[in-house]
Design a binder for this molecule. Sequence first.
Ligand code: GTP
Ligand code: SPV
Ligand code: MN
Length: 580
Amino acid sequence: MTTSNQALQQWIDEVVKLTRPERVHWCDGSDSEYQSLIEQMLETGDLISLNQETHPNCYLHRSSPSDVARVEHLTFVCTQNAEDTGPNNNWMKPAEAHTQMKALFDGCMEGRTMYVIPYCMGPIDSPYARCGVELSDSPYVAINMKLMTRMGQAALARIETEGRFVRGLHSTGDLNPDQRFIMHFPDELLIQSYGSGYGGNALLGKKCHALRIASWQASQEGWLAEHMLIVELESPEGEKHYIAAAFPSACGKTNLAMLIPPESQEGWKVRTLGDDIAWLHVDETGQLRAINPESGYFGVVPGTNKKTNRNAFDMIKHDAIYTNVAITDDNEPWWEDKEQGEPTTDWQGRPINGGNGPAAHPNSRFTVGAKQNPCYSPLADDPAGVPISAIIFGGRRRELAPLVYEAKDWNHGVLIGASVASETTAAATGKVGVTRRDPMAMKPFCGYNFADYWGHWLSFSARADKLPKIFHVNWFRQNADGKFLWPGFGENLRVLRWIIDRCEDRVSAQDTPIGYLPHADDIDIEGLGVDAETLAQLLSVDKDAWRKEMQDVAEYFEEFDRRIPELLAAEHEKVVASLK
Ligand code: GTP
Ligand code: SPV
Ligand code: MN
């Protein structure tokens, strides 16, 4: 096959010359193509068939044990000036990065097939959607891109009429962690990834395009590309609200987006629009609207069970690709806290042995098309997106951060977002459980200097008439014994209800130095098993601890030097003053 887009054809020819694949396969995105790729991967052992009676069309992929998560230390943004990428990114000069990557890609596809994967991020007919083409020697990437994006013929047709697209070149290479790089060239709308087959490193439409490159484009064009879920909440009276929430990796976005109202919250309905990424635009009426650029979920498996997330549990029983889970003796997928079955073989294919650690990798993942979600909202396909009532930031913090608080206004909300901290998780390589700053849950994903990014966020008060209110939540407060104080999951709806009531001006709040907190009476704890004392603890503001926190935030901001927006520094000073 060829394309009428000359730039695309020329780039493909260049890549073929450099990487020397044996074959080139143009992905059309059809179901039959998906099926034949699966069959081919079953033959080569790239996929293992799971129990087809209980789990029809479910397959297991085992990645290399040294390639199971994102690699932040090997991810670079390459701009002419280091200051443009900021201290929040690794930087390399574009020329140097090109030289290095060229050497790695030289002949790397010999004997392999190169897949040409045209994709569209967002509904194919949406003015907010953007296209890209990934060239990859991994059939695993091809099948995942089919589930995660609008991939194939229609995307190629849009590229051919529109002309503009992001180029992504990927090779799994030899999986040597010392020769692994995820490079971004924002000025060239180019991504190059070598040496990893893992999701966020290899499915280039996701973090690399829809967050790092897109956040940069958004800053130039007046919109936002964010690490956010999008969820619809419908009250028993039929009032609908759309909420976008940014939590760091493995901190609860998929679960909140798929929330099942508990029995006590009769009449509430929750529908999912997106579980990981939101692109936010101001429409012609001044309203902030969101689309989900993805069409599938690449979700955390461990912890998924009938009680925590019945919808996800059911969703992944058919037509799912599992990566790095364990299996039972009847060949069903298994993971920690599944609360069903017993594992016999761990994620590396070894017989279960307690000494080898968890049976499923803590960052094991499922890939499914979004339409499989029992609470899928068809509005996820609406080219206009949905109007956003509230933006929520959050983190995983065993101490300090209250269950919920509200920003006093937009600028204060930007400070709250910029101050987010969270304990690290298995979604990225490195130590787990270390509290670090993760502004707007974008630490690994903002493709340019955070100081400029906060300035861009602040600019929205002038751009939009109907800005959403901003909140912060923390589902992860613990007691001295390490037990969670808040039951979380479906019960989080009780907090979302307060948030909606605040958006509708139906409830008052306590004015504290860090923001507006609920009066204890306004959080419904009936039948929850959380006593008044615990709720008071969840809703307390420890001034000494917060003074220390604000000092920590000040030190963090110093890393950005004079580039920090004055408005942000002023917001910080206001909070410090009111804590005195
Ligand atoms: P990424 O896909 O990495 O961006 O993550 P995510 O934010 O979508 O995280 P996800 O919803 O998959 O949750 C990750 C982990 O947090 C899982 O092990 C969940 O069981 C756990 N989790 C999610 N929500 C809650 C909650 O409300 N309370 C508690 N205690 N744990 C939660
Ligand atoms: C995350 O780490 O935030 C993810 C998974 O959503 S990955 O796509 O691998 O980055
Ligand atoms: Mn994510």
